[in-house]
Write a protein that binds this ligand. Structure first.
Ligand code: FES
Length: 102
């Protein structure tokens, strides 16, 4: 596992999904209840990119087939057709930057 920098914390706002690609991994970053969240940006149904999907208070809705994922609950899929949760990453904040282990 390697510690990789995702972005500066100043680039991350609550209520907004920030898309970041790190070492070929498509990620989304946001701030929820004061915590930074880093998750895979690929829907677990058909790997659709969730980067511009509707996001509200921890819930992101896939634009393709409307599965909803709960970023406050380990990326859990709330409704079909997706059944698997999004990959979530442990966040490390250091010197005003967000890092994850890949
Ligand atoms: S690709 Fe996201 S629900 Fe089908």
């Amino acid at each position: 596992m390697e510690l990789v920098q995702v972005c500066a914390i100043s680039e991350v706002k609550a209520g907004i999904i920030k898309s970041v690609d790190v070492e070929g991994v498509k990620l989304m970053v946001t701030k929820l209840d004061g915590e930074y969240i880093v998750a895979s940006r690929l829907c677990t149904h058909k790997t659709f990119d969730l980067g511009s999907s509707h996001y509200d208070d921890g819930y992101i809705t896939c634009m393709l087939h409307t599965s909803v994922f709960d970023l406050s609950d380990n990326g859990e899929a709330m409704n079909p057709p997706a059944t698997d949760p999004l990959d979530m990453y442990e966040v490390i904040v250091k010197d005003d930057f967000i890092y994850i282990k890949i």
